[in-house]
Design a protein around this ligand. Structure first.
Ligand code: AQP
Length: 330
């Protein structure tokens, strides 16, 4: 049961798919918020393993990614004493809720979902899991009665779908689900990757801040830039390296303005900017990198954290599921 202090806190829920190695976009858009919120909110963070099944079909690969996301959450600073961390598959009531919500969801709403439309536009034939994943995501969220859902800007539509499904369900069955608000970091745009497209695990255009130093530097140097000569002044806003650099700092950090000034002054090449970004990554994630090494060496501890998280999450989710079952007549 929550104690008096916990009960007065707002609740936050979010998760990341274990569909590949996490990158700076996942951190800047989502994980950074998780870590900030754990001091002020009642935080539930899960590993979206069922969602990853829509793209990862190799069992060993999925297992590895699930474990790695858990380790990386902890390395980035999530504290299991403050936040509840769990694997989606350890709380099966969520999939039951997804079924109930699916019965309240018009097919046309899923046809409008961006991830599905993108895959179709690329000529791929998406599976039903991908087609209906916003429903499972709605269940993930509504299952813990959160007030806020900290996510990157690209998830805006999915949180809107969640709110819409909750409203449709409540309209038919009474007030079962609480309507959460999305939470975006101020000024945090969708972070571009090495090729200038949205940084994505599946596009192989991400920067993993845990890479060995040499590989990390090589990766940062691969960021695509234009052909403006070294001597010429440059517009930082048009450059991916600058956008990534800025996303790693707080809004008022003077290092961002100082770097922008160097771009505008000229005699500053993209290679210099990339070197500055490489050094910044090592600086910002130095502690996380060492913590990750320790966690990699202690799989038992990670497993204990996840088992405890599953028990704590299940208590909350079971209560919501019972409420939904009673409302629908089961
Ligand atoms: N480039 C990004 N900029 C800002 N935020 C981002 N997020 C992802 N990419 C960026 C945020 O990270 C959280 C977890 O995302 P996810 O794993 O559930 O799905 P995603 O948005 O589809 O992430 P990826 O990396 O692009 O994965 P794949 O390639 O597997 O689809 C979300 O809060 C998201 O906003």
């Amino acid at each position: 049961m929550p104690d008096a202090v916990t009960a007065t806190k707002l609740r936050a829920l979010s998760g990341v798919q274990p569909s590949g190695q996490l990158h700076l976009g996942n951190w800047a858009g989502a994980i950074r918020q998780f870590v900030e919120l754990q001091d002020t909110h009642d935080v539930y963070i899960f590993i979206a393993s069922y969602h990853a099944m829509t793209s990862v079909t190799d069992p060993a690969e999925l297992r590895t990614h699930v474990r790695q996301v858990a380790i990386d959450y902890l390395a980035f600073g999530l504290d299991p004493a403050k936040a509840v961390l769990y694997r989606q598959q350890d709380v099966p009531e969520v999939t039951e809720l997804a079924w109930m919500l699916g019965c309240a969801c018009p097919v046309s709403q899923m046809q409008k979902a961006v991830a599905y439309k993108d895959k179709v536009a690329k000529g791929l034939s998406p599976n039903i899991g991908l087609f209906t994943y916003p429903i499972l995501q709605a269940a993930d969220i509504l299952a813990v009665d959160p007030d806020v859902v900290p996510v990157g800007q690209d998830q805006k539509q999915n949180v809107e779908i969640t709110r819409d499904l909750a409203q449709r369900f409540n309209h038919v069955y009474g007030e079962v689900f609480k309507l959460p608000e999305p939470r975006f970091r101020a000024h945090a745009a969708v972070l571009p990757g090495l090729d200038g497209e949205k940084m994505s695990k599946s596009l192989n255009n991400g920067i993993d801040p845990f890479m060995p130093e040499k590989q990390l530097r090589k990766t940062v140097m691969r960021i695509v830039s234009d052909s403006t000569p070294m001597e010429a002044p440059k517009d930082p806003e048009k450059d991916t390296t600058f956008q990534v650099y800025r996303a790693l700092l707080s809004d008022d950090d003077p290092r961002t303005a100082a770097l922008a000034e160097r771009y505008r002054a000229g005699n500053f090449g993209y290679g210099h900017a990339k070197q500055a970004l490489f050094e910044l990554i090592l600086d910002v994630f130095g502690e996380a990198r060492s913590r990750r090494e320790e966690l990699m060496a202690d799989p038992g501890e990670v497993e204990r954290v996840l088992a405890d998280g599953a028990t704590r999450a299940r208590e909350v989710v079971s209560a919501v599921t019972d409420r939904a079952r009673a409302a629908v007549g089961l």
